[in-house]
Design a protein. Sequence first.
Length: 257
Amino acid sequence: MTVDELTRPVTRRVLSTETLLVLGLSLGQSAVYALVSITAKLTADGPLSKQTAALNTSQSARPWLDLTYQLLGIVFALLPVLLAVHLLARDPGDPARTLGVDLRRPGSDLAWGAGLAALIGLPGLALFWAAAQLGINATLVPAGLPDLWWAVPVLILAASQNAVLEEVIVVGYLVTRLRQLQWRLAAIVAASALLRGSYHLYQGFGAFVGNAIMGVVFSLFYLRTRRVMPLIVAHTLLDVVAFVGYASLPEEWFSWL
């Protein structure tokens, strides 16, 4: 094998295969499991609204072992992110700058992130309420950890992990690769949004629609700004409010979920 063969440009076929493998190891896999989960719920006895979709559940009755499982789950869930960034490093330029996950604009990223969280969060609550009234969502339990000292820190870490995983893979990496594969912009936005909605299907059809809309907004934002960091900030804020709020506030406040 010659040096020229080792340094030849990556082909469309290789990029396509790489993209499918990254998704298969991360959120594409989650989408398949979510599809199986919603199928199981729809074919079970009782309506969808009477079934439960639980997040951040306890993994052991022993607190120290539960904490260990929670932390390991968070760490290993981030490995596909590192893989995606590593693969992008083959391209010219710094992958952190390509994705916009550097710390060059902390003030702007925080401001945009907070604004996006408000833009998505308030209508999202209304959509979840409507889905609950229509019976097209399962009953959502955002946090099922025991009432221990480490529960809130773990929920905040889980929220951050979700944000980094989803925004880097589903927006930054996927949009970048699909642009290199010369997809039309409308198809890129649709693919990113549908993937985001699909791995939330286990929660019901309202969650699918709401997250698909969020996917459209976030992918358009990234195409315009080339920065994932504000999306990570926004997603983290949304999940922290959902997870910690559910764990900290009276249970009857969330009966509409």
